[in-house]
Design a protein. Structure first.
Length: 543
């Protein structure tokens, strides 16, 4: 081995199916249409190329005996010998050692020279890349993960999982392209690929611990796609026009945390009017009954009634009717509160009063219309009639984060986490608790636990001094992420609230099919990685 080839010790040593590999926008251009993306194969030791075309790379018929695997570098010992590889650029992967290319479509090209194999996007293929200095390339790919500040965690598997999360976040970055003028992030390089609103916000919360400039870029990139009327659409994929859906308003929240990590009044001043215009768009365009509370748009898709909410297939939306939604109003109220804080920071006192007024109004209306006194939790209400939908869901806790509940209401909400009749599941907080037998299943938002929602609920509990419950959620969430990374090598999209079914076996929109991305839990999911880092910092007493 060349002495320049040094790897971080004792980390990134877990092999498992579905781990994602791609060149990062941290290191250079990532052309959206031609970037090479791979994942570890489900059997043996090898990789599947997923983008821009398909190929299968087999190194050995059994799993590796020694592993180093980041999102853009691998070094594997296996029954056929040793194989190393690294991305030379966004379109080429250079491999040295045993590698059998067993299938390859027209979008992928291959070159060979002795022990070397070059895999690349056909439209950008440069066979000369096979002569690149592999050792130097490996060290350049590892530079960011070695150089950024490393949050302090305790324990072997916490450290291993932390490094894996750092690697996932690096791989999630694209370089600027077309109307997106800043580096941007994606939920996963495959299959989602594009930039999504609330995913980017949660990513920024994690990036701020590693690279505050990158965290700012993640927010600025979403705002690059803002429309003239203030709307920020759900996702932006190159070549698409306006999409008639938005997503949970979370950008002010993300900017608040990023500015805490590295304050910049100039940056806050630049984004303030954009954030304000977006929140104004939400209030003007998502209150169809004029009662002051906002409602998600509803889609004519049985498997995804409300992609705009992010809770795609939640039974909350099975009736296909607009709801004064607990989560939408809680997020919007939190955004208004934080935007008022930015206004005070900028000396814009009239704006501060206006946004504080919106915050207080939304909190008051949630308590008037969405609080259910019998059950001690918030519930959605049908737009137009105001009739509550009597269904317990994890969304019912979210008003904690914006300060809507009284102290007594907060205490009653926290009590659910200790009540086996509702939310005291082995892994809290269920998106739908098992007690809701008619609506509960192991399918995405119909029961499983989501890390972003857990993080928000824990923040809300801490706001009320309910630190034991906040710690319970954080501790068990971190434990689940670590447990399933250790077992399967990936950072997963969602988890079983009963902690019985491993993530790869959970349903996603009615079925489980590893060959169809819409029906498999996403592996190496970026906001899980980002919020693992954030929750670890909170467990250590940091903001």
């Amino acid at each position: 081995m060349d002495p320049r080839t040094t790897y971080p010790q004792g980390v990134l040593d877990v092999w498992g199916a579905g781990q994602l590999l791609a060149f990062s926008g941290v290191d250079g251009p990532t052309p959206y249409a031609h970037s090479l993306v791979l994942r570890t194969a489900p059997t043996g030791c090898g990789f599947l190329v997923n983008l821009p075309g398909e190929a299968a790379l087999q190194l050995a018929d059994s799993p590796p005996t020694r592993t180093f695997l980041s999102g853009d570098v691998f070094d594997l010992a296996h029954s056929a010998g040793r194989t190393r590889g690294a991305f030379v650029d966004g379109c080429h992967l250079l491999i040295d050692g045993p590698c059998d290319v067993r299938s390859c479509d027209s979008q992928i090209k291959v070159a060979r020279d002795g022990s070397r194999t070059l895999i690349g996007a056909a439209a950008m293929f440069d066979p000369g890349r096979i002569r690149a200095d592999l050792d130097a390339t490996i060290q350049e790919r590892l530079r960011w993960i070695k150089s950024v500040p490393r949050p302090r965690v305790e324990g072997l598997w916490a450290n291993k999982t932390l490094t894996k999360c750092m690697s996932v976040l690096k791989t999630a970055v694209y370089s600027p392209e077309a109307r997106i003028k800043h580096r941007y992030t994606t939920p996963d390089r495959w299959p989602h690929r594009g930039m999504w609103l609330w995913d980017s916000a949660f990513h920024a919360v994690g990036y701020r611990h590693l690279d505050p400039a990158l965290a700012r870029d993640a927010i600025d990139a979403v705002l690059d796609g803002q429309h003239e009327d203030g709307m920020v659409q759900i996702t932006f994929i190159h070549g698409t026009g306006r999409v008639p859906m938005t997503q949970p308003p979370t950008l002010t929240m993300a900017a608040h945390f990023v500015n805490q990590a590295q304050a910049s009044a100039d940056w806050v001043a630049a984004i303030f009017p954009k954030l304000a215009r977006y929140l104004e768009w939400d209030m003007a365009n998502r209150d169809t009954d004029g009662d002051g509370l906002v409602e998600w748009d509803i889609e004519p898709k049985a498997q995804c009634r409300c992609g705009e909410s992010g809770w795609d297939n939640s039974p909350r939306f099975d009736a296909a009717r607009r709801l004064n939604a607990v989560d939408f109003n809680a997020f919007l109220a939190w955004e208004c509160e934080l935007l008022a804080g930015f206004a005070r920071l900028l000396g814009r006192h009239d704006d501060a009063a206006r946004w504080s007024g919106h915050h207080q109004r939304l909190c008051r209306l949630m308590n008037q219309k969405l609080w259910n006194e019998q059950h001690g939790i918030y519930m959605d209400a049908f737009a137009g009639t105001g009739q509550q939908q009597p269904m317990l869901t994890g969304a019912g806790f979210l008003p904690l984060v914006c300060g809507a509940p009284s102290k007594e209401q907060a205490r009653r909400l926290a009590a659910h986490l200790h009540d086996p009749r509702t939310f005291a599941t082995p892994l809290p907080v269920a998106s739908v608790p098992p007690v809701e037998r008619e609506h509960y299943s192991k399918d995405m938002w119909r029961g499983p636990v989501w890390v972003n929602i857990n993080w928000v609920i824990a923040r809300g509990l801490a706001r009320y001094g309910l630190h034991d419950e906040a710690r319970l959620i954080r501790d068990r969430t971190l434990g689940a992420i670590e447990k399933y990374y250790r077992q399967h090598g990936a950072i997963f999209e969602f988890f079983d609230d009963e902690d019985r079914v491993p993530p790869p076996q959970l349903l996603r929109k009615q079925s489980n099919n590893p060959n169809e991305w819409i029906h498999q839990v996403i592996h190496d999911y970026s906001w899980t990685a980002a919020l693992y880092i954030q929750m670890q910092s909170e467990m250590g007493g940091q903001a």
